[in-house]
Ligand binder design. Structure first.
Ligand SMILES: [Zn+2]
Length: 86
């Protein structure tokens, strides 16, 4: 049963990811290399070794504006079959 907790250290972990102070700092807790990418205005971090990815926020950086649907499609394809960790 989920109890009500203040924001705690534990909540910085999501699946195999450790979320740092900044959304772009999400790291794999197993030390794998991670990559940050956008799909539209949404930012995601993926670990290619664990084949998992997480959503870290949206519209926090403006770089997505310089991207286009082809890039987002490629990014989306790049995590095809990966587990999305909520
Ligand atoms: Zn990993």
């Amino acid at each position: 049963m989920k109890s009500k907790q203040p924001e705690s250290y534990r909540e910085l972990f999501r699946g195999n990811f450790f979320l740092g102070d900044f959304f772009g700092e999400a790291k794999c807790r197993y030390g794998h290399e991670t990559r940050l990418f956008n799909i539209g205005r949404g930012h995601f971090v993926a670990c290619d070794s664990c084949r998992t990815y997480i959503f870290v926020g949206s519209n926090l950086m403006s770089c997505w504006r310089e991207e286009n649907k082809d890039i987002w499609q490629r990014n989306s394809d790049s995590v095809e079959g990966y587990e999305f960790i909520e």
